[in-house]
Design a protein around this ligand. Structure first.
Ligand SMILES: C[S@@+](CC[C@H](N)C(=O)[O-])C[C@H]1O[C@@H](n2cnc3c(N)ncnc32)[C@H](O)[C@@H]1O
Length: 283
């Protein structure tokens, strides 16, 4: 146990383990290289507290000892990445997106009757976004078995396990209108509500790092939700990811991004269609 962190006087950072500026920089570099997530200086105390738990769990006496054994692919790697992602999400987040999606699905169904529409939720976190997509599709088609398939992916295996489980507390359903809550959830235990099996059949969850050179995703995709993840990447990485998504989308397909993620500058593949919604351009 050490009392102070060498090289910093940050009072917010705990004192159980030494945490030097060099340790922080090594962590930032590792994370950026493998996940695209850029951590600002302001994230230092968050990094300390989240990784201090991993030091305790693995019995490492210091950050440098912990980092010494950390390699991509090592068993601890997954815990390291899971500990540093930010997973905030909720049902019907930015509700206007789901209204635009509903209109888009209706239009596509009229243009291509009988075809299954393909959606990708590219940073699904604990699943609320993917389930909101499924509910939206069910509402549009008026059936629990709409002609829609949803790929829901995330880097973080821990949140994906929750997403697959698809069981939420009553307070987590606060933004789900009552009628939809009754229609698409069943109470599985006291105060715990599971997504109905018919909706579960629409969604396929898998781990996917947006930085990986190959994505196991087959186009054409009619809509992509990539919300509140690009914000963690630097600009060139954001543009690269968006460009690769464009390659999986036909003209007219929609890309939904987070409220503070804008792409009007720096790329030619998409044109702004509505608030943080972009339409794939021809070519
Ligand atoms: C703030 S959540 C956003 C959840 C949801 N899209 C929403 O807007 O409510 C960000 C998610 O991005 C995931 N993420 C971060 N870096 C990623 C990467 N390189 N590839 C895939 N997912 C990533 C995190 O694990 C986290 O679950």
């Amino acid at each position: 146990m050490t009392d102070a962190m060498p090289g910093t006087a940050d009072p917010l950072v705990g004192t159980e383990f030494a945490f030097s500026g060099q340790d922080f920089d090594r962590i930032r570099t590792l994370l950026r290289q493998h996940t695209g997530i850029s951590l600002s200086d302001a994230k230092r105390s968050m990094v300390y507290s989240r990784l201090a738990r991993r030091l305790r769990a693995t019995g490492r006496p210091s950050f440098s000892a912990y980092l010494e054994g950390l390699r991509a692919g090592a068993p601890e790697w997954e815990y390291f990445v899971n500990a540093l992602t930010t997973n905030l999400t909720y049902f019907y987040r930015e509700n206007h997106h789901f209204q635009i999606l509903a209109a888009h699905l209706k239009r596509l169904a009229a243009e291509r009757p009988g075809q299954t529409l393909q959606l990708w939720c590219a940073a699904a976190s604990t699943g609320e976004e993917a389930w909101t997509l499924a509910i939206t599709a069910a509402e549009v088609f008026g059936t629990l078995a709409p002609p829609v398939r949803i790929l829901a992916s995330d880097l973080d295996t821990h949140v994906l396990a929750t997403a697959r489980q698809a069981v939420y507390r009553r307070d987590q359903l606060a933004k789900v209108p009552d009628q939809q809550a009754r229609r698409y959830f069943v109470e599985e235990a006291e105060g715990r509500y599971g997504v109905r099996p018919e909706l579960r059949a629409l969604v396929n969850f898998r781990q996917l790092n947006l930085l990986d050179p190959a994505w196991p995703v087959r186009g054409p995709l009619d809509a992509v939700f990539c919300r509140n993840v690009l914000i963690y990447f630097d600009r060139p990485t954001q543009l690269r990811v968006v460009e690769r998504m464009a390659g999986l989308m036909p003209p007219g397909a929609l890309l939904f991004v987070g409220h503070s993620e804008s792409f009007s500058q720096g790329q030619q593949r998409f044109v702004l269609q509505g608030r943080t919604v972009y339409a794939r351009q021809p070519g």
